[in-house]
Design a protein around this ligand. Structure first.
Ligand code: J2J
Length: 540
């Protein structure tokens, strides 16, 4: 029996095959750390917040947090909303949860009240852990007011009145020496946020078995070993930085993870030189920023051997600059928190690495490229990517209605991405069908943002449209049909801030129109709107 209702397990025949063929090994994520700690207790596992923790220390700290969670009444299947930047509290919370079988719900650091409230409600969170920044009291209050299931708030800042506890309340518990791991391999280990689907963001359940396979296979494909030093520059709460291979893959390999407080080149370059970092994952706008900064600053990056780039399409010209400027290999990664990972391989020809987004991680990944009628397109033609496999979800959490269309009856996930498959199996991402704008790797859910803008009293109708941008790949423009006097962009941004919407969702431009062009079917013609943006325009 699954521990969580609202989780769609794999059909038993598939699960049996994934076990029999060795994809699922019956391990838990808590055991990933335990195993490395047994092998190399004194090696440095983490460098974070000015501290260095050995594997033995991290392992012990994870047990403490598990005991702390249990002491606050959180147990197998309880959900814990986690809103933390890259730092020690994030890693401790995560492993405390894995050990106590509490399910962390990983919000991104950029999220604000609107997203946190939605995630707390959707997950039915029993508690949350918040970063102690200046916005924290407001966020804590909003979440506890709006989500009645939340009984405890742990914060890395000063604790307020009521059900608030300092984060130390979790780490102060004495570990239940040798307590068995409460988690079972087939249970949901973590709820990740979807990069955008129609409507409000969805939660992606990942089990111990499937995520452990994901991180092991990704660690292998990225060539990680005990000498790896990974810089975590992207938010650890995102699948790419967390387990592809990222933090969890590096812990599995017995290497060291350095948590960067910011991905800015000056901060990262210092850490790379000081900690002799070998591996890093970035989104394309950061790859560009690092390339430009490295040409100007000539930093010591001699330890760096691998840059993974993913989250949005990397331009070929940018890909070609990586080795000459940064002195390391490039691996393109086309992934999704829903599961499927595609990567170029370390021994691929340069042409493949520069011009494709790689091929599936696993022999057991099934990928179809299909036409609108659901038939497979010929090799080399563009179609929608559908996938199913040992680490790709079979249903979003508590989203029955959405699942009915997001998955085929035989369990393929309809990704909404338009791809081309080349001879040899490598994929090229050509575009998308889903209503999401990919702003340099940050996924902007169109309908969600439009709904926030529609709530403004002087907005009669609105359409959010992506337009090409040299640095970000795409940016966003809100086309507004006003009610009375048109609101300015500043007024709309203030409105979104008041509603607690993450800054990356704020429109880059605003255009005022008297009405929308329509398609033959009467829908807003977004393509026609996008075409009007090809000429430089003044933002209001
Ligand atoms: C084009 N589009 C891409 C790429 C993702 C590794 C890397 C990225 C993610 C991620 C991830 C792309 N070129 N190289 O989870 O483990 C777009 C696709 C995809 C969506 C998923 C990982 N890499 N994309 O970005 O869940 O549209 O995961 O479906 O945030 O990003 O977004 P997300």
């Amino acid at each position: 029996m699954p521990l969580l209702d609202g989780f769609t397990p794999w059909p038993e025949t598939d699960a049996a095959r994934y076990r029999a063929e060795g994809y699922w090994t019956g391990t838990t994520l808590g055991a990933v750390l335990r195993n490395s700690a047994r092998r190399t207790p004194r090696r440095t596992a983490l460098v974070a917040d000015g501290r260095r923790l050995s594997y033995a220390e991290l392992d012990e700290a994870a047990d403490r947090v598990a005991a702390g969670l249990r002491a606050h009444g959180l147990g197998p299947g309880s959900r814990l909303l986690v809103h933390l930047p890259n730092g020690l509290p994030f890693v401790l919370t995560l492993f405390g949860c894995f050990r106590a079988a509490v399910v962390p719900v990983l919000a991104l650091p950029a999220h604000r009240e609107s997203e946190l409230v939605h995630l707390a409600r959707l997950s039915g969170a029993a508690a949350c852990v918040l970063h102690g920044g200046p916005e924290q009291p407001g966020l804590a209050e909003a979440v506890t007011r709006a989500a009645h299931t939340v009984r405890h708030v742990f914060t890395t800042g000063p604790a307020g009145p009521g059900p608030w506890h300092p984060f130390d309340a979790l780490t102060a518990a004495s570990p239940d020496a040798g307590a068995p791991d409460d988690a079972r391999p087939q249970d949901v280990a973590v709820l990740l946020l979807s990069g955008g689907t129609t409507g409000l963001p969805k939660l992606i359940p990942r089990t111990h078995d499937d995520y452990a396979y994901n991180l092991r296979a990704a660690a292998r494909a990225a060539g990680l070993d005990a000498h790896t030093v990974t810089l975590l520059a992207l938010p650890a709460a995102h699948n790419f930085a967390l387990a592809c291979p990222g933090l969890l893959g590096t812990l599995h390999a017995g290497g060291t993870t350095v948590l960067a407080p910011s991905p800015a080149p000056d901060v990262a370059f210092d850490l790379i030189a000081r900690e002799r970092v070998t591996t890093v994952a970035l989104v394309p706008p950061l790859v560009l920023a690092w390339l430009d900064a490295a040409e100007e600053l000539a930093p010591d990056l001699s330890s760096l051997t691998l840059l993974q780039a993913g989250g949005a399409r990397l331009k070929e010209e940018t890909a070609r600059r990586v080795r000459p400027v940064l002195g390391c290999a490039l691996q393109q990664v086309y992934g999704m928190a829903e599961g499927l990972l595609n990567l170029t391989r370390l021994d691929d020809a340069d042409e493949t690495v520069f011009t494709t987004q790689g091929r599936p991680l696993s022999d057991a990944d099934e990928v179809r490229v299909v036409a609108p009628d659901g038939t497979d397109v010929p090799e080399g033609a563009t179609g929608e990517l559908w996938t199913r496999g040992p680490y790709t979800l079979r249903g979003y959490f508590r989203a029955e209605r959405h699942n009915a269309t997001a998955f085929t009856p035989d369990g393929f996930y309809r990704s909404g991405d338009l791809v081309r498959r080349l001879p040899g199996g490598n994929l090229v991402v050509e575009g998308r069908l889903k209503d999401v704008i990919n702003r340099g790797g940050d996924k902007v859910p169109v309908e969600e943002v439009e709904n926030h803008l529609l709530a403004h009293p002087r907005v009669h109708d609105v359409a959010l449209v992506g337009f090409p941008d040299a640095d970000m790949g795409e940016r966003t423009c809100a086309f507004v049909v006003p009610r009375g006097e048109a609101p300015t962009r500043r007024e709309l941004l203030d409105h979104l801030v008041r509603r607690g919407v993450a800054a990356f969702k704020h429109p880059d431009r605003v255009r005022v129109l008297t009405g929308f062009p329509r398609t033959g079917a009467g829908k807003v013609d977004r393509a026609a709107l996008a075409r009007t943006l090809n000429t430089p325009a003044e933002a209001l």
